[in-house]
Design a protein around this ligand. Structure first.
Ligand code: IPE
Ligand code: IPE
Ligand code: MG
Length: 261
């Protein structure tokens, strides 16, 4: 008899196993493995990126359906400029096409698009379309989709440091008044709660310069699945893993138990 994989066996029930009162408010995903997915199929890398768009659509809708409020997707890192120019161009073009093609559905599904990263350095067509997408979806409230584009954590923290230094120099901020909140308000993610769960696909177990400050207390989930194969059931699996964990925030297990009972 053919053995059912864990995925097949559990598929119909995964969503119903999720405790809706303990869904992560914010999930961040490092969407990785598009290139290897394509290579495995003997296809050019770019087709892997194209297939990845399907996963973005499916995961965004699945997340919204179970009440996730923020979904942050790492779409392009500052380090990704070092890829072959043709791949960079293809990615930027794909972004334009995707945002243009999705605006209607984003609005239909209540998705507010925002972006973090050094956006002004994006190619102008990408920047313009992105700004248009953000503007046209700004009143949606079902879920916020944060695209990390030309983003890196070290860039963000350097910017924040610069802003703080400028305020100190101008005399509007005293060094002794700098708090964690001060720093948070200088980050690209200001106003967005820290992720509760970080997912990385494709088997890599690293952060690749992503949200280093904001992930300080996130639960980390690594899966071997390549991003184009990551769909709603893989998202549910990640959430179920999250829900089995005890978030102690430095306290003892007994203290956490007391608080929740
Ligand atoms: C993630 O997939 C997409 C981006 C980084 C833009 P990759 O393109 O990194 O895929 P692999 O890691 O080469 O398989
Ligand atoms: C991280 O993936 C960046 C994005 C998913 C956009 P990479 O594939 O670029 O990461 P590294 O280089 O393998 O660490
Ligand atoms: Mg990669």
């Amino acid at each position: 008899m053919a053995r059912l994989s864990g995925r097949q066996k559990n598929m119909p029930n995964l969503q119903s196993q999720i405790a809706l009162e303990n869904v992560p408010k914010h999930i961040a995903i490092i969407m990785d493995g598009n290139g290897r997915w394509a290579k495995q199929k003997g296809m050019p890398r770019v087709l892997g990126h194209r297939s990845g768009v399907k996963s973005v659509r499916e995961v965004t809708e699945a997340a919204a359906q179970i009440g996730v409020q923020y979904l942050t997707l790492y779409a392009f890192s500052t380090e990704n400029w070092n890829r072959p120019p043709a791949e960079v161009t293809a990615l930027m073009t794909l972004l334009v096409e995707t945002i243009k093609g999705e605006i209607r559905d984003l609005n239909k599904n209540g998705v507010r698009l925002v972006a973090i990263g050094e956006l002004s350095s994006l190619p102008s067509a990408t920047y313009k379309t992105l700004m248009q997408g953000i503007e046209e979806t700004k009143n949606n409230t079902r879920i916020t989709l944060v695209l990390a584009l030309n983003y890196s954590s070290k860039w963000e923290l350097t910017q924040a440091t610069r802003l703080i230094a400028e305020q100190v120099q101008a005399g509007t901020l005293k060094p002794e008044d700098i708090s964690e909140t001060t720093i948070e308000t200088m980050l690209a993610t200001r106003g967005i709660p820290d992720p509760d769960l970080l997912v990385r696909t494709s088997g890599e177990a690293r952060l690749s310069n992503f949200l280093l400050w904001q992930l300080a207390y996130a639960e980390l989930y690594f899966t071997p699945v390549f991003w184009p194969d990551f769909g709603k059931n893989e998202l549910y699996e990640a959430i179920l893993s999250y829900q089995k964990r005890e978030r102690r925030f430095g306290q003892t297990s007994e203290q956490v138990d007391q608080k929740s009972s």
